[in-house]
Design a protein around this ligand. Structure first.
Ligand SMILES: Cc1cc2nc3c(=O)[nH]c(=O)nc-3n(C[C@H](O)[C@H](O)[C@H](O)COP(=O)(O)OP(=O)(O)OC[C@H]3O[C@@H](n4cnc5c(N)ncnc54)[C@H](O)[C@@H]3O)c2cc1C
Length: 318
């Protein structure tokens, strides 16, 4: 099907883009990678009057670390940029594990992390990853700039708190306070599919003690789920089998899966428990400086885990 008729604008500055959105009111839409918006328009689930294409805006295609380790991902940074990023491989294990399992190479070449957060699909992988890492979104509108924690940014399925004339300009991941380790595991029916179940885990350790933990779930509820009780069970002590088991049970309890063509609710809950256990056990066994890669697995799970030290591709710290 063809989209309904719309006006198309491709501004050259952020101020111009915000002005167009302001004048366009509720019926204007930002176009970033177009990998979610265009299919929706072709199916006529979305029929905006005005498309504001931000791909010509200068200086938004970055991802970089501040001197203190804070990571910033600009609105035009593509999934593929993150998949290939040496910075992520050495400093952001949860993100590095997730980047290669988003969709397929064609979608990854155009789609953006920030667009994925804005789209707020309960099956979107990046929202869980950013949630596990305690990240936020920076928005710019006529009234200036504001920073919104990801837990407040996503308000429901395909809903976010942006005003119609605001543009999300970057996502921010706070610096780790200790050694960072983590992983992302995803169950999918075939490579490139959306998650049947996805689990993002990020932990920070000082010595043997977990000082911060984040666990978030993809595809097992009406929106991305922050498993805060599960993460809380990990902090303040070492990654023992008992604590891992408790966190895995609490994460499974936090899931709100529904039985559908991808599997029963019970099966999906079981997969949440399994993924949390798998990621944390591997981190615990290997120590925060070790990693496993992100190969496609025969059991339909993809993703990996790692620590924040330089490493080779054999699973050993380099
Ligand atoms: C075949 C296929 C498979 C896919 N599989 C997966 C998958 O496995 N996992 C996954 O996570 N995703 C998947 N996706 C979605 C993909 O990751 C999209 O790239 C992503 O959801 C949206 O990013 P985008 O840059 O393409 O945004 P767009 O499609 O351009 O926009 C999406 C929405 O966000 C808004 N928006 C975008 N950027 C901004 C901004 N800067 N400020 C304000 N609003 C903004 C738009 O107005 C629109 O409402 C898949 C898509 C396809 C087509």
């Amino acid at each position: 099907m063809y989209p309904s008729r719309f006006r198309y604008e491709a501004p050259r500055s952020l101020d111009e883009a915000i002005g167009l959105l302001h004048d366009g009111g509720d019926y204007a839409k930002v176009l970033a990678g177009g990998q979610s918006l265009v299919p929706l328009m072709k199916l006529r689930f979305a029929s905006p009057d005005l498309i504001v294409d931000i791909n010509n805006l200068p200086g938004l295609d970055y991802h970089r670390a501040d001197p203190d380790g804070t990571l910033r991902v600009g609105a035009l940074c593509r999934h593929a940029d993150l998949e290939r990023s040496a910075l992520l491989k050495t400093t952001q294990p949860t993100m590095a594990a997730a980047a290669p399992v988003i969709a397929d190479p064609i979608v990854r070449n155009r789609g953006t992390l920030v667009g994925s957060l804005c789209h707020a699909d309960p099956q979107g992988d990046w929202a869980s990853v950013v949630m596990a890492l305690g990240g936020s979104v920076v928005a710019r509108g006529p009234g200036g700039r504001r920073t919104i924690p990801i837990a407040d940014f996503v308000t429901g399925p395909f809903q976010n708190v942006l005003d119609p004339d605001e543009i999300a300009v970057e996502a921010v991941i706070p610096a780790a306070q200790g050694q960072r380790a983590g992983g992302y595991l995803k169950l999918e029916r075939r490579v490139g599919d959306f998650a049947t179940v996805g689990v993002a885990v990020a932990v920070e350790t000082s010595g043997d003690t977990v000082t911060r933990a984040g666990i978030a779930l993809t595809g097992v509820g009406g929106s991305t789920i922050a498993a805060t009780a599960a993460a809380g069970a990990l902090t303040g002590g070492p990654l023992t089998a008992d604590r891992i088991g408790q966190a895995a049970d609490l994460a499974a309890e936090a899931a709100q899966p529904r039985t559908d063509h991808r599997g029963s609710a019970e099966y999906k809950r079981h997969m949440v428990r399994t993924f949390v256990t798998r990621i944390l056990t591997r981190i615990g066994e290997a120590g925060p400086a070790a990693t496993a890669g992100s190969p496609a697995r025969a059991d339909g799970t993809r993703g990996g885990l790692g620590g924040s030290s330089p490493r080779d591709d054999t699973g050993r710290a380099a």
